[in-house]
Design a binder for this molecule. Structure first.
Ligand SMILES: Cc1cc2nc3c(=O)[nH]c(=O)nc-3n(C[C@H](O)[C@H](O)[C@H](O)COP(=O)(O)O)c2cc1C
Length: 477
């Protein structure tokens, strides 16, 4: 996995030219040949406030999970993966950010015991705001064998279709599939929490069994993350849909679908035969000189739903420092708990939070100063010359020692690290939007240069860069 990441590092002079065949661009919606989506009720967006959800993570369990109505399910799916804007070119933008707006991530659902929906395995069709029924029958028992954990009435599975991203990013596309899936996962988790649904994340599942259940061809599309939500089911209620099932035929994504052996190899390396517990990643103790942050959210903060709806990638940053409380809120909202990757912070600070390079310690909400001085312009240059990165008041360089993680948990750890980075990225976008700030993910960078700018320890790799801060004209601009 480390070798895949190193192999796909961008280097100055090593980018070469890449012809993008627009006539063969993959279609961003998955369609089945003989299925018509069952449309869902209009989403009923609740008023759950953003900051309490974002800061108290993992969400405390509700004494009794509320029953889900169809409009609540519709809201959950729309907030996780729905369409919410359209560009002049006709391209739809969605709730989660996506590298190049190529949307490799798909969302599937297993439902059992819902009053308004047949038991079965479904695919979410964002363009129809509907569900394609892939396989009728009670799925929770088979799913539990693939995922682990005790079955619940609802499970959501996020996948990645390599070709969508590969078309533009070539071998580096596996990175983007994982980051994009992490972005969708963050929205899904927050939306489930806003609906008061208990949830349990599973990243260490049996890949083959889960792909078989959903009818996915692992050479084209891999399941990447799964979330059980809602109340647990009685063991007796969980029967498997029996075998002999043919997945519904898909429509082609483009005239000619490409593939990449290095991506297949990277995916294959991390495959598990059976589910296993989520790893616990060791976290360093912050030194005594680290600054303890105490973020205070605004008294009248916005709701999660309007924040997700208003989130967009914004790059027109002003040369303005960030105020310390906003910096603390951005970090606590994006990184509410220890994760499978770590965060360097490049700050343009003020009022006691000086401009400089820091390491953020999520568990303790502590910023460890590493070096004073402004490295942001260098980060812009290292981000393939995207100089707006250097204007942003706060940038994160999400990083990991992939070799050490692999020693602990095997090659599956790569997925954990990249999914975590995407998840943090989406949460940073949302936290910035809630504060009226702009934000943008940066997946395109010269890896070694970013490692130098962020002063990463030997053996560590940058996974993802995120930039945020005040933008010209505010969020309406
Ligand atoms: C993993 C990832 C990497 C991205 N990398 C870049 C980047 O390098 N440069 C950039 O300008 N935008 C980047 N973006 C932002 C996307 O272009 C943007 O999310 C997409 O166009 C959809 O627009 P929206 O975020 O406004 O919904 C990235 C987004 C993601 C999720």
């Amino acid at each position: 996995m480390k070798s895949y990441h190193q192999h796909t590092a961008y280097t100055r002079g090593g980018l070469g030219g890449h012809f993008m065949d627009h006539a063969n661009q993959p279609w961003p919606f998955k369609r089945y040949q003989d299925l018509e989506a069952r449309s869902l009720a209009q989403p009923e967006l609740n008023e759950a406030p953003f900051w309490p959800l974002a800061l108290a993570w993992p969400p405390p369990p509700w004494p009794k999970a509320p029953a889900l109505a169809e409009a609540d399910l519709s809201a959950l799916l729309w907030l996780a993966a729905g369409l919410n804007a359209q560009l002049g070119s006709g391209i739809y933008l969605r709730a989660p950010a996506s590298a190049g707006a190529l949307y490799p991530a798909e969302l599937y659902m297993a439902s059992q015991g819902l009053e308004f929906l047949d038991d079965g395995l479904w695919h979410f069709a964002p363009d129809a705001l509907g569900l394609d029924l892939l396989r009728p029958g009670a799925p929770a028992g088979s799913l539990a064998r693939a995922l682990g954990g005790q079955p619940r009435g609802l499970a959501l599975v996020i996948s990645g279709i390599y070709w969508r991203s590969l078309w533009k990013y070539r071998t580096r596309a596996w990175r983007y599939c994982l980051l994009d899936a992490g972005h969708m996962l963050a929205n899904l988790e927050l939306a489930a929490a806003a609906a008061g649904l208990d949830q349990e994340l599973h990243l260490e599942f049996a890949d083959g069994s889960l792909a078989d259940l959903l009818g996915l061809d692992p050479d084209r599309e891999a399941p990447l993350a799964a979330l059980w939500v809602g109340p647990r089911l009685e063991a007796s209620a969980s029967h498997a849909p029996e075998g002999g099932w043919q997945p519904p035929a898909e429509q082609a994504l483009s005239k000619k679908e490409g593939s990449d052996p290095a991506i297949l190899q990277a995916r294959e390396a991390g495959v598990l035969d059976k589910p296993r517990p989520e790893p616990v990643w060791p976290q360093p103790v912050p030194p005594a000189r680290a600054l303890k942050l105490a973020p205070v959210p605004p008294a009248e903060g916005p709701g999660l739903a309007p924040v997700i709806a208003a989130r967009r990638s914004r790059r027109n940053f002003l040369q303005e420092p960030i105020n310390p409380n906003e910096a603390a809120l951005l970090l606590a909202g994006a990184l509410p708990a220890a994760a499978a990757c770590r965060a360097r912070v490049l700050l343009h600070g003020q009022e006691g939070l000086d401009t400089g390079l820091y390491e953020y310690h999520p568990g303790e909400m502590a910023l460890e100063p590493l070096e004073a001085g402004d490295r942001r312009r260098r980060l812009g240059e290292a981000s393939l010359g995207q100089l707006w990165v250097g204007q942003a008041a706060l940038s994160l360089v999400l990083w990991a020692d992939l070799g050490a993680m692999e020693d602990q948990a095997g090659p599956r750890a790569y997925r954990q690290a990249m999914l975590a980075a995407g998840r943090i990225g989406q949460r940073l976008y949302l936290a910035a939007t809630a504060l009226g700030l702009g934000c943008c993910g940066v997946g395109a960078f010269f890896d070694e240069e970013v490692a130098q700018v962020a002063d990463l320890p030997p053996g560590a790799s940058p996974l993802y860069v995120m930039s945020c801060g005040a933008v010209k004209g505010g969020l309406g601009g």
